[in-house]
Design a protein around this ligand. Structure first.
Ligand SMILES: Cc1cc2nc3c(=O)[nH]c(=O)nc-3n(C[C@H](O)[C@H](O)[C@H](O)COP(=O)(O)O)c2cc1C
Length: 336
């Protein structure tokens, strides 16, 4: 009840401003007292995935804490793991504002942020100061000004920099808001990327005597053939996990409610079926050789269960947290 009251007030404010208002004021006494009502210890239901032991199956999806500034706050909500980023090699401003839009009737969010972030070095500094002992993933992308042909090199530099500071790395090739980024999901660009990532991972694990798994995050807007192709390449290059999915460019499910088109990736309930369909095809093709991390449209215990039944070993949440608050996380973990 309390969260829905707070949500009512926050939803009167521009989404990006509301997001900053809450997170930036977390350290004030009043907010900390209030937050205690939402804090809960991590519920321990350990699960092994990518060779790591996750305290439980539910993680924070990428995009909320792009710079790793709020790790300790999100760790107190009960998540078993937190994915930071997307972070890029160099800091960048992202797209002009406004760039986040809510559609409350559908519990949806449209965003065209464009990887606004303070760069990977800043994120590393924040990680060094964090006391969180759960699982942290860092999601990396390419800078806007880097050509798609040079993207692989940039991902490799980011892997090199972040390798020692994270439990797993996600390669984001599915954001709809960076021009041509999604091309990395196809043909030779994908093969070349995966081959070189794997070489870099081997080199790093030898150097640091530590194996850091690498996941690839894919789009919900792929055809069946494209999903099959990606699955085969993930198996061939022994990638550690696939995260399905990012937000969708297909807005057909919201036309009835929202006739004026808003450009950007759609998340939340209207994404659920597309995301689930992607997971279904992945699961059939991957045959448990590579774990799936399911994300997209989880807003209840049942929608979380759906993802697990379809073959996801872990799940992540973004929009559901905005619409239902930390209680959703608690309810899912307790009852899953
Ligand atoms: C405002 C916003 C920003 C996002 N930023 C990122 C991002 O930087 N990197 C990324 O991989 N996914 C990003 N996402 C996608 C989410 O991580 C997630 O894949 C997607 O929203 C589907 O999950 P949901 O339906 O639970 O929101 C973003 C989503 C939203 C709503």
């Amino acid at each position: 009840m309390l969260y829905y009251l707070i949500r009512k007030i926050l939803f009167l404010i521009d989404p990006e401003k509301a997001h900053k208002l809450v997170l930036k004021n977390m350290n004030t006494k009043i907010i900390q007292q209030l937050m205690k009502l939402f804090f809960q210890p991590i519920i321990s239901k350990p699960v092994k995935c990518m060779g790591l032991i996750f305290p439980n199956k539910i993680g924070l999806a990428a995009g909320i804490d792009k710079n790793g500034e709020y790790i300790d706050i999100f760790s107190k909500i009960g998540f078993g793991f937190i994915e930071l980023g997307t972070v890029t090699l160099l800091p960048q401003k992202g797209n002009p504002k406004p760039r986040i839009f809510r559609i409350p009737k559908l519990e949806a969010i449209i965003n065209r942020m464009g990887f606004n972030n303070l760069g990977i070095d800043n994120l590393i500094n924040n990680l060094k100061q964090s006391k969180f002992e759960g699982i942290i993933g860092v999601n990396i992308g390419k800078n806007k000004c880097t050509s798609i042909e040079n993207a692989t090199d940039e991902y490799l530099t980011c892997i090199e920099k972040i390798y020692c500071y994270t439990n797993y790395i996600t390669i984001n090739i599915s954001s709809p808001n960076t021009k041509n980024l999604r091309n990395l999901q196809f043909g030779l660009l994908l093969k070349n990327l995966l081959k070189n990532i794997k070489i870099k991972q081997k080199e790093m694990s030898k150097k640091y005597k530590k194996y850091v798994p690498i996941a690839i995050k894919i789009s919900p807007d792929l055809s069946k053939d494209e999903i099959l192709y990606i699955s085969n390449q993930l198996i061939k290059f022994e990638i550690d996990a696939v995260i399905a999915t990012n937000s969708t460019l297909d807005h057909s499910s919201i036309y009835k409610i929202k006739k004026n088109q808003i450009k950007g990736g759609l998340s939340g309930i209207p994404l659920k079926n597309k995301s689930n369909n992607t997971i279904k095809i992945l699961y059939q093709q991957l045959q448990k050789k590579i774990p799936i991390i399911g994300v997209g449209g989880i807003y209840s215990l049942n929608t979380a269960k759906e993802k697990i039944i379809l073959g996801s070993e872990l799940i992540q949440i973004y929009s559901g947290l905005i619409y239902h608050g930390p209680k959703l996380i608690r309810d899912i973990i307790k009852n899953l």
